[in-house]
Design a protein around this ligand. Sequence first.
Ligand SMILES: Cc1cc2nc3c(=O)[nH]c(=O)nc-3n(C[C@H](O)[C@H](O)[C@H](O)COP(=O)(O)OP(=O)(O)OC[C@H]3O[C@@H](n4cnc5c(N)ncnc54)[C@H](O)[C@@H]3O)c2cc1C
Length: 330
Amino acid sequence: MSRPVVVIGAGVAGASVAYFLGRAGVPVTVVDAGEHTASHVPSALVNPVRGQSGGVDPQALAGVALTWALLRDLAAQGLPIPHSQSGVLRPVPDERTRARFEKNLPPALVHDWLSPARVSAPLAAGWAHVLSLPQGGWLEGAALCRALLAASGAEVVRGRARAWAAQSVTLDSGDTWAARSVVWCGGSVGATWAGLGAGLGGPHRMGTLLTLDRAPGPVPLSFGAYLAPAAQGGVLGATFEAPSPRWTSPHLPLASLGWLLGKGAALTDLSGLRVTGQWTGTRLSGLRAGRGEDGVWHLSGLGSKGFLLGPLLAQGLAAEVSASLASRAG
Ligand SMILES: Cc1cc2nc3c(=O)[nH]c(=O)nc-3n(C[C@H](O)[C@H](O)[C@H](O)COP(=O)(O)OP(=O)(O)OC[C@H]3O[C@@H](n4cnc5c(N)ncnc54)[C@H](O)[C@@H]3O)c2cc1C
């Protein structure tokens, strides 16, 4: 027996949907396999200015504000999440890259261009300019997902959904639950389990974070790869493997390790830092947020913006699901 809404997957997408439905008074069951959860990235940037082109999503500013507001609400409920709204520094290599970034920056985005000599972070030589984004920062992904689930009041079932439709979910155990709405948030691994060609988005991209014994500085640095503080120590990471049509089991090719260390060394002096571990995950692109033709709701394909846009899009989706439940009840 489940509650009226069943959410499949408890990464940042599913946990946020459950949280906002819970706040709207909708009873939710979350079923989560707990495997290969991209959202468990040890330290994720909340970074409104993306990639090496400096693109800014139209919802980035609202997303940043909502993510930090959510962390404050969760902390007020006794659920603190390791994070810092420290800002993010985006060094750029030349005038052309700066011009490309500038073209994309919306007037409402608080930012400043600094000379590398004026940056307090330990920046390596060779950068032309540094874009300072004081609204950004970092957070611990797994802690956020745990806190969202705890605050949602959802019933959480550890297991895998084998099949689902608009009003039912069948688990691997063979149990079938009836539901009034089903929301699919299975991420990269889930889209692959569900079968390719199921219209669940793509491509999939694997990446790795090296965990470090300490953070190279208090403010994340990001260009090509990112260096950031974490709850314990710091991280050097990126999503950099070739795009793939499916999720593949986590691995770190030696060539990728060399690439990552090179990007890290270009950002800061890595000498004296020790690698304490490795975390590898896969993210799914191809945003889907809304109800499909089969009546199943989706929030997936968040790409590299899971913590920038995930909670914001989940808030909107939860409002739509509640409105649809209310209209069917009336
Ligand atoms: C290396 C790396 C670095 C990243 N860095 C950042 C960053 O700095 N900033 C940022 O914003 N984003 C970052 N991302 C992206 C971000 O992690 C993802 O966008 C986000 O976590 C995706 O969340 P999700 O909830 O859609 O999927 P996931 O977090 O993958 O969650 C899906 C969950 O659903 C479960 N599941 C799947 N199918 C089923 C099923 N059939 N039944 C039950 N459970 C199921 C899975 O086991 C999993 O627990 C990074 C990603 C990677 C890989």
